[in-house]
Design a protein around this ligand. Sequence first.
Ligand code: TMP
Length: 201
Amino acid sequence: MSKFITFEGVDGAGKSTHLAWFADALRQHGPDVLVTREPGGTPLGEQLREILLNQPMSIGTEALLMFAARLEHIEQVIKPALQAGKWVISDRFSDASFAYQGGGRGLDWSKLSQLEQWVHPDLQPDLTLFFDVPVEVARQRLTNNNASLDRFEQEQADFFERVRAGYHKRVQQNLRRYIVIDAAQPMDAVKQKLEKIILSL
Ligand code: TMP
């Protein structure tokens, strides 16, 4: 049976590297796995990503564009793939809007809940892996990795503390959906944990 799995964490938690490895390992067990990401995942969504990651805008606009890209992503990619029996792994989903726009930017949690209800009333991930790491460790990883930083990655440590707290709040609201992974551990220890999760799936 198809499953919808999402990966979440603050920038620098290492989730994208682990996601690639997880998807390959999962495929070896048989499922047809589709990897996608947010914001993005469709031609329109990728255009919105470019704008979201680079252009200054008001907090409300940021939240609305994230959910606009998400609606397109759900209708064009996620639901069709699940209906075709594929497993879908998305690098971020609505938890990121609660953490970044809600926690980080301070947008009303209830506004985000309304958008979530509008955009995907009948869809939630079957499982979310939350890569949790102290903000100093994540910041260090981002600065070690010489790539240029986008509009979110350029934010200060206190922003990421609020993002992390936003994720924790979301996890507390629905403990059954999440597995919290200590992403400060060495890579191999995280991989072992992921292997166990794959076997349990
Ligand atoms: P990425 O670097 O993990 O691909 O994510 C792009 C950035 O977008 C990241 O800094 C988190 C941010 N983001 C939000 O602020 N809200 C959202 O809903 C999503 C999906 C991402």
